[in-house]
Write a protein that binds this ligand. Structure first.
Ligand SMILES: [Zn+2]
Length: 373
């Protein structure tokens, strides 16, 4: 949250500071206008929304104080980099939306279910010809044993290092009997990764042919796409009942040395809501969040990023704990007051291809910017 000194971003911080000052003032009864109160309510309910993760939210009053301080200080002397004229990456948003529809149409896709197996096959079918690895194992949970399978597609690059992009494809076991289909939560994360695979595949085809396999390498870092399993709790969210897939994968990658090679790791989660708002997650790595914001600015998408802050527990946590630069790209609240999150109303009609485009283009642009570092 620190180190943003340029004028465009200061405006955004100002808004944040305002929210929190408003929140503080609203403690005194009878002093707050209705409009301001509604801002407080939104903020408070966002906290509740995130308590699915069992954690407390967010940008602290200390952060607001830091904003005031940074505004008062003289601007730092910065070297002006040459203008970046590279075209913005462009996903096929219609296709990504169609993937979301197809994934959602499988129905509830909780661990151990038939639909889950069908979805595994669907993902693998879309990765034919790619380098694919699986991380399959069994977990023992409070609801019994479940098979878990992370699916990893690798797009090798010429630079030494890995950019990992993760998204979960399971839906919630406790919601299996209420017709819960997780269009946004589980559907969009699965779909955007399939579209990223298309883009990366096309990109490597465009590379100039070199000697042998070299011709198929992307110009930057290797990009690994990971469809994670068992992100959701089987009963109630806790450290031991959540993140089954990524806890296993992080441990495995720690042992085999992969973690040291990861330059950045980004988690896609619930990114398709019509009015998508990507949270500023305080568990994420600050420089990576800043880079993602800079990528969003290049597309003119920045108003969809970081209006609200929270401390998120998501698939990035097992990697954050091991020192990997990581960011959780999560759209919350999902609907006013987060009303659609983990309910039977998490359906296709709440989503928009435009939101997939905004977030998808931003993350591919972030990959391009990472490649240049
Ligand atoms: Zn969820």
């Amino acid at each position: 949250m620190r180190g943003r000194n340029d004028k465009v971003k200061r405006g955004q911080y100002g808004l944040w500071a305002l929210r929190w000052r408003v929140g503080a003032r609203a403690q005194a009864p009878g002093t707050q206008p209705k409009l301001l109160l509604s801002v407080v309510i939104i903020t408070a309910l966002t906290m509740t929304a995130c308590s699915k993760e069992g954690s407390v939210v967010t940008p602290s009053t200390a952060a607001a104080a830091a904003v005031v301080k940074s505004e008062a200080a003289a601007p730092p002397v910065k070297e002006t980099p040459p203008p970046d004229t590279a075209p913005l990456p462009q996903i096929d948003a219609k296709r990504a939306f169609e993937y979301t529809r197809e994934v959602t149409a499988f129905g509830p896709r909780y661990m151990g279910s038939e639909n889950h197996k069908k979805l595994e096959r669907y993902i693998l079918d879309h990765l034919k010809g790619d380098e694919v690895e699986e991380d399959a194992f069994t977990v023992d949970t409070v609801e019994g044993k479940f098979p878990v399978r992370n699916i990893i597609a690798k797009f090798p690059g010429k630079k030494d290092g890995i950019i990992a992009i993760l998204g979960h494809y399971d839906t919630n076991y406790p919601l299996r009997n209420i017709g819960y289909v997780g269009a946004n939560d589980g559907g969009t994360s699965t779909a955007i990764l399939l579209e990223f695979a298309n883009q990366l595949r096309d990109e490597s085809k465009r590379q100039k042919p070199g000697s042998g396999a070299q011709g198929k390498l992307r110009d930057g870092y290797s990009v690994w796409l990971v469809w994670t399993d068992g992100e959701e709790a089987v009963r109630e969210w806790s450290d031991s009942d959540s993140l089954y897939g990524t806890r296993h994968l992080a441990e495995k990658w720690e042992k085999d040395g992969t973690l040291k090679k990861i330059k950045a790791l980004m988690v896609m989660d619930m990114i398709g809501a019509t009015d998508v708002n990507i949270l500023h997650d305080s568990n994420s790595t600050a420089w990576l969040l800043d880079l993602i914001y800079a990528a969003a600015e290049r597309g003119g998408y920045q108003s969809h990023f970081y209006a609200l802050g929270a401390e998120m527990q998501d698939d990035h946590l097992p990697f954050v704990k091991r020192g990997v630069p990581s960011a959780d790209i999560i759209g919350m609240p999902y609907g006013y007051n987060d009303v659609f999150h983990h309910t039977a109303q998490d359906t296709m009609d709440k989503l928009s291809p435009r939101s997939l485009e905004i977030v998808g283009n931003t993350i591919l642009e972030t990959v391009r910017m990472l490649d240049q570092r």
